[in-house]
Design a protein around this ligand. Structure first.
Ligand SMILES: Nc1nc2c(ncn2[C@@H]2O[C@H](COP(=O)(O)OP(=O)(O)O)[C@@H](O)[C@H]2O)c(=O)[nH]1
Ligand SMILES: [Mg+2]
Length: 468
């Protein structure tokens, strides 16, 4: 039985068992419909770290933040044929405020609502990325918000410009649950506002990418997230939504000799005399930041000759492509196991809140799926290898991570091809790996935990031989 169908039956079995409890049935029905819906990724972090901007950059339009009377609320962005929004209050849907698309921007009128009444806003927005995922823009982290995030999201983008103790604690807290521990690794750490690294010099982004690489090797961080990427949401957002007139203004700045001098400080940039008007300069500074203007004008001088070319360069440097790639490989491609994880967490809540004699078998079955499903073995081994709790010899560690899907769960990624391999190449690669890992699983040089790890890798190889 696949993991998918095992979890599906458990949810329905629970629904039958708890049919006389309205609260448990509602909760289970909620989880059954969630199980079939797109993956939910929450974007979380302290205030001002750039969450809403990253949401925009990933979607490719300016749809966030949604501010209601000065406060932010949970906002869900999901795919839909046209822009539309529904406001939810604690007792259900409470209205459809007017929404319109203006170029790359969303206009929404929420003047008749108060943020304190709203539990969330669900926005339908046509965008490629939303076909596979629902993105949740979250208000700044406070007490119960982290619980809500852990309860509602299947996976997490956690943003912070620099990794503090608080960030590590937050990431630990969302794994602080028996089911979450049995199925770890559903977070990506994003070093945000990467264009400002080291004071926003022209090499800020490469420097930030280097810091991300260092964090990837830090045992403290590694066990808590599956990858670390440096991103400037701002440059990603601008790159994807740059207008012709902004490009013209940036070009005017790029060719004027006095610009360099002005770009030394924000104050000089907006106040000194220049052939480009002060109003236009202020708008550009709001939109790109000073470091963004430095980068954009440099790129234009180096030959970015059209708005599309400049946009593409900005996106490439922003780190957005790496972020989207990680979201795809580590979350979207792993949808089945992440969904199963959320459903089992949901089921566990019912079994704890309303324990009853007839539920014993169900408790055992949940444990059996968590302990038995190979997908969870892969996640646990991956977390063990990433955090250094499980140690394989250097030359084996990387290969094990790759074969169990740490760099992506499709066949090419697992086998380490960067092109489409032929059928015989695939089989050769799998049998080579199988031979190597069978040997390891019996190697007297390895401890028993490492030999167990080798057996998980073997299972992953065997699974590749039987395409689903
Ligand atoms: N320089 C720079 N500024 C950013 C970046 N991301 C966001 N900002 C700015 O920081 C402020 C807060 O951003 P926002 O996305 O609303 O942060 P949130 O509170 O985490 O949602 C806004 O003025 C953004 O323009 C970034 O990558 N680089
Ligand atoms: Mg925000």
């Amino acid at each position: 039985m696949t993991l998918d169908s095992a979890v599906w039956s458990l949810l329905h079995e629970a629904l039958r068992l708890y049919q006389d409890s309205p609260r448990a049935s509602n909760w289970l029905r909620h989880h059954i419909s969630r199980f079939d819906s797109p993956l939910r990724i929450a974007v979380a972090g302290r205030p001002g770290v750039g969450k809403s901007t990253v949401v925009n950059a990933v979607i490719g339009d300016e749809v966030a933040p949604i501010v209601v009377d000065g406060g932010q609320v949970f906002t869900w962005y999901q795919d839909g044929p046209q822009p539309h929004a529904t406001v939810y209050m604690p007792n259900g849907p409470a209205g459809d405020p007017p929404v319109a698309r203006v170029g790359h921007r969303m206009d929404i009128d929420l003047s008749s609502y108060a943020s304190s009444q709203i539990s969330r806003i669900v926005v339908d927005w046509p965008a490629r990325v939303l076909r596979d995922t629902t993105l949740i823009d979250t208000p700044p982290i406070a007490g119960e918000i982290s619980e809500q995030i852990a309860a509602e999201a299947d996976a997490l983008l956690y943003l912070t410009p620099q990794v503090h103790v608080m960030d590590v604690r937050f990431l630990q807290s969302i794994q602080d649950h028996p089911v979450a521990r049995a199925a770890p690794v559903n977070a990506l750490l994003v070093l945000s506002r990467a264009d400002e690294t080291g004071g926003g010099r022209i090499d800020a982004l490469p420097t930030a990418k280097q810091i991300a690489r260092r964090h990837r090797q830090d045992a403290r961080v590694r066990g808590l997230c599956q990858n670390v990427v440096a991103v400037s949401g701002l440059l990603g957002q601008v790159g994807r939504t740059l207008t012709d007139s902004e490009y013209q203004d940036l070009t005017a700045l790029a060719v004027a000799p006095e610009t360099q001098e002005l770009l030394l400080s924000a104050d000089r940039f907006t106040r000194s005399p220049h052939s480009v008007s002060a109003g236009v300069r202020r708008e550009l500074a709001d939109r790109l930041g000073l470091s963004g203007i430095r980068l954009a004008t440099a790129l234009i001088r180096q030959g970015a000759g059209t708005p599309a070319e400049l946009g593409k360069e900005l996106v490439q440097r922003s780190g957005l492509n790496e972020l989207r790639d990680s979201i795809r490989r580590l979350f979207v491609d792993r949808r089945e196991v992440l969904k199963a994880r959320s459903a089992l967490l949901g089921l566990d809540v019912v079994l704890r809140m309303e324990p009853r004699p007839g539920a014993g078998q169900l408790v055992t079955d949940v444990e059996r799926v968590l302990a038995g499903a190979h997908e969870f073995h892969e996640l646990r081994l991956l977390a063990g290898l990433l955090s250094g709790r499980t140690r394989l010899p250097d030359e084996l560690d990387g290969e094990a991570q790759r074969l169990i899907g740490g760099y992506g769960t499709d066949l090419e990624a697992r086998l380490g091809f960067d092109r489409t391999p032929t059928e015989p190449e695939i089989r050769t690669a799998i049998y080579d790996a199988l031979g190597r890992w069978r040997e390891q699983s019996e190697s007297p040089l390895l401890g028993s935990a490492e030999r167990d790890a080798a057996r998980v890798v073997i299972r992953s190889c065997e699974a590749m031989l039987t395409p689903s």
